[in-house]
Design a protein. Structure first.
Length: 139
């Protein structure tokens, strides 16, 4: 658990693409990153695996062995962890952010923010909403 806390603290709340590329190229990504995501997201493995475009069984296997995980999936996991960190800071807690992710949002065409998280561009859209909220925009 201490290693997972260290992983979570290592990942910035807002990621620069050069940081992500550098991080992935230095082989720092471990199964601990998958466990961090799994522990921080207040949802089922089925939902998490669908966000990552994986079968649930494959996602669960990555919590123990990342030898077959593709680099784009690693990037997706890093960005989700970063978004969770940023969202928790904006909303004051992981629970408040999780609740916001699961509610329809008028600024997102009445879609739930979580429905955007299955792509890198969708993660960026939600991160942009968080930045807008930080600067006083409506939730």
């Amino acid at each position: 658990m201490l290693a997972e806390k260290k992983i979570f603290n290592t990942i910035p709340g807002e990621l620069d693409p050069s940081w992500v590329v550098s991080y992935l190229n230095t082989d720092q990504f471990t199964s601990g990153h998958v466990r961090v995501l799994r522990n921080k997201v207040k949802t089922s493995d089925k939902v998490l695996s669908s966000l990552l475009n994986l079968a649930p069984k494959t996602f669960v296997s990555y919590t123990k062995d990342i030898s077959k995980i593709k680099i784009d999936t690693k990037e997706h996991i890093l960005l989700l962890i970063s978004l969770l960190k940023h969202g928790s800071e904006v909303f004051g807690s992981e629970e408040n952010f999780s609740n916001w992710l699961d509610r329809k949002n008028v600024f997102l065409d009445n879609r739930k923010p979580i429905s955007f998280l299955n792509t890198i561009s969708g993660i960026r859209i939600i991160n942009d909403r968080l930045i807008a909220i930080e600067y006083g925009d409506n939730v």
